[in-house]
Design a protein around this ligand. Structure first.
Ligand code: PXL
Length: 292
């Protein structure tokens, strides 16, 4: 058996060459936060799927081979973190992988990557949603955005939701399995420059909400950054200490002033530069899962 004092995490995501998403952001975040990251790649792409054209090498057939070799090596994982899965069969493979390798103390984080802005990502259909619903029930923590939340609940998407409705959605998803549910990208009613994160921890039956400025720009990969950081923070001390949610909006004032100074319009033009800023911004937001 290969044991190690450094915590080991299986990261199930694609590898997109261009565009800061999936393994390209998850590996550096988790590694710099002290994890040994073992990637189980789901696909190799030239870029993420929101570019008009991209090449894709589907690794569905390779995944069981990788898992079988890990089995022979008796590799053990302290945590599992799943993100972009390319096909319904991959969700089944990952679900079996978790069942087979998880120990009573393992932390399972599922980011149910399905879509955004009320729409499914390219190449996904109803069967992908069905499989993802099933995988989500196995997780300790899930981090859907608002769009994915509605797909998981099998309800039509609506952007405008009251606090009471959001609380009921959180409970509904948690009742299906996950102890902690975090909903990201929740628009704030009649305040287009704000966005909220809602969360629920079944242990203690507590809810959280945090609202912060919203940059009117679209950068795929911010969800991966968010969940990667949350996973690292919760995973390190887990299971010795309970999963605890600590939502705080402590973005660095320097950055905020810079954003305000530049103005939202300008931000659209310097995409690459601001992609980096947005990620710094997300990290600074500290909407995180901490350990008691
Ligand atoms: O989590 C975002 C993401 C990851 N991987 C791929 C994607 C996207 C979002 O578009 O296309 C391949």
């Amino acid at each position: 058996m290969y044991t190690n004092k450094v915590k080991r995490i299986a990261a199930v995501h694609d590898l997109s060459g261009f565009g800061r998403v999936s393994l390209t952001v998850v590996i550096p975040i988790l590694s710099s936060m002290g994890f040994q990251v073992c990637p189980l790649p789901t696909a190799v792409l030239s870029s993420h799927t929101q570019y008009p054209e991209f090449s894709i090498l589907d690794l569905t057939d390779e995944m069981p081979r990788i898992i079988a070799e890990w089995k022979k090596l008796d590799v053990q994982f302290d945590a599992f973190y799943t993100g972009y899965l390319g096909a319904p069969r991959q969700v089944q493979i990952v679900s079996d992988f978790i069942d087979d390798f998880r120990q009573p103390d393992s932390l399972v984080v599922v980011d149910p990557v399905l879509g955004d802005n009320g729409r499914l990502y390219t190449n996904f259909d109803e069967s992908m949603i069905r499989e993802m619903r099933h995988l989500a029930t196995k997780a300790d923590v899930i981090t859907p955005n608002l769009t994915e939340l509605f797909y998981l609940m099998d309800k039509p998407y609506k952007a405008d939701n009251t606090d009471e409705e959001l609380k009921s959605y959180l409970r509904l998803l948690s009742d299906a399995g996950p102890q902690v549910v975090i909903i990201t990208s929740v628009p704030v009613h009649e305040e287009s420059h704000k966005t909220s994160v809602y969360a629920y921890n079944r242990v203690g039956d507590r809810y959280w909400k945090i609202t912060c400025p919203y940059l009117p720009a679209h950068y795929p990969g911010t969800g991966d950054t968010f969940t990667g950081k949350s996973t690292a923070q919760s995973g390190y001390a887990y299971p010795k200490r309970q999963l605890r949610i600590d939502l705080k909006c402590s973005y660095v004032t320097r950055w905020r002033n810079l954003f305000l100074f530049l103005g939202y319009e300008l931000i659209h033009y310097y995409t690459e530069m601001n992609k980096f800023r947005q990620q710094v911004y997300v990290i600074c937001l500290e909407v995180t899962l901490l350990i008691r």
